[in-house]
Design a protein around this ligand. Structure first.
Ligand code: UDP
Length: 357
């Protein structure tokens, strides 16, 4: 197939602003190329794909970025800035799409979903978040009635945020296992990885580290400075060690040295890439039973799940984390979330979309 991918309009690939979508898109391109498909990707200017994806053709677009929906009011209207990056990316994708089999959209926004009703070429959507906007959810509901196959989700729990979708298409996610090196050492520090923003709940992990009198290594971009400094001020000592945003290769080297990853989301996490990346390095994860993490972590085998917001249980499980066999963590990723498994699921889905459109 010739597939045109539309990247996120929140930030360029490599900026970290697009969160998990950046890695997901890269992993999917790796998998699709290895299956022999022809890939074009429409991206914001300055974007870079991983070196392994050099055979994908990039199309750069300049313009003003969209504001991420989770940082707006749920009932905000959809808005398009002057010189909109999103609009430019869609125009480019439609143009290239004339010679393609399908357009695959990663942008969680109103306009590309609305276009499903108005294009001659099929457009499929990977929905990357739970319901974060009334106007988008209502539009998905409307488009779904006519095009029930055009939406896919990362996890069942995420899809539950869209109750009008019957039998949702679940594609999980994929990771290039050659990128993640298994490390067996069980005595390392504690890790937390993600965008530093309120929906990610860093404060709960920091509380637990503080209670243990340990440091918490934090990797990721600080999206909300005032939120970050509020957490710091609430702790008695310098519990948090800010490690910044690292490229995947460097991140996995550091992450693999850790004893455990804490994952404490406050929203319905669509998937939770950092959980699988951690497992791929052999690092068990203790997470809230909320969204994707509850479907990824095998309780007692690859980590532990605790009820959302229950910090005391996080602490209790952290004390017995060394009971987890780090090899089992890696094995789960190999068997369930490789780029190949992911790409095959997506191809099966896209083939159906093309047939039904
Ligand atoms: N990430 C990264 N470098 C860092 C910290 C995070 O590349 O230093 C990436 C990580 O690999 C993951 C993404 O940020 O792909 C976070 O995705 P996740 O699905 O966990 O959460 P989201 O940001 O989408 O809510």
């Amino acid at each position: 197939m010739r597939i045109v991918l539309i990247s996120t309009p929140i930030g360029f690939l490599g900026s970290g602003k697009g969160g998990g979508v950046e890695l997901t898109l890269n992993s999917l391109v790796t998998g699709l190329l290895s299956l022999g498909h022809c890939i074009d990707v429409v991206v914001p200017k300055h974007s870079k794909l991983f070196d392994i994806n050099k055979d994908a053709k990039l199309h750069f677009v300049e313009g003003v970025e969209q504001v991420s929906w989770q940082h707006q009011d749920y009932y905000s209207p959809a808005s398009i800035p002057d010189n909109s990056l999103l609009t430019g990316m869609l125009e480019k994708a439609i143009d290239i799409g004339k010679n393609a089999d399908i357009i695959l959209n990663f942008a969680y926004d109103w306009l590309p979903i609305w276009m499903t009703l108005n294009l001659n070429i099929p457009i499929a959507h990977i929905i990357s978040m739970g319901s974060e906007s009334s106007v988008i959810s209502n539009l998905i509901s409307k488009v779904y009635r006519k095009y029930p196959y055009n939406f896919a989700f990362h996890s069942n729990t995420q899809a539950c945020d869209y109750p009008f979708i019957k039998n949702p298409i679940i594609i999980g996610n994929g990771f290039d296992l050659n990128t993640y090196i298994f490390q067996s050492n069980k005595d390392g520090p504690l890790a937390w990885v993600g965008r530093v923003a309120p929906e990610k709940g860093l404060e709960d992990a920091a509380y637990v580290a503080n209670q243990l009198g340990e440091k918490l290594n934090v990797w990721g971009i600080i999206q909300d400075e005032s939120y970050a400094s509020k957490i710091e001020q609430s702790l008695s000592s310098s519990t948090i060690v800010w490690k910044g945003f690292l490229e995947t290769d460097k991140l996995q080297k550091e992450l693999g040295k850790c004893r455990a990853l804490l994952n404490t989301p406050k929203w319905n996490e669509a998937y939770g890439n950092v959980i699988v990346e951690s497992l791929a390095c052999g690092v068990p994860v203790i997470a809230y039973r909320r969204g994707g993490p509850s479907e990824i972590i095998q309780h007692g085998e690859t980590g532990f799940l605790v009820e959302p917001n229950d910090k005391d249980s996080l602490l209790s499980y952290l004390r017995i984390i060394n009971k987890i066999n780090r090899r089992d963590c890696r094995n789960w990723v190999e068997n369930n979330a490789s780029t190949n498994i992911f790409a095959n699921r997506v191809v099966k889905w896209l083939t159906k979309v093309i047939q039904k459109n």
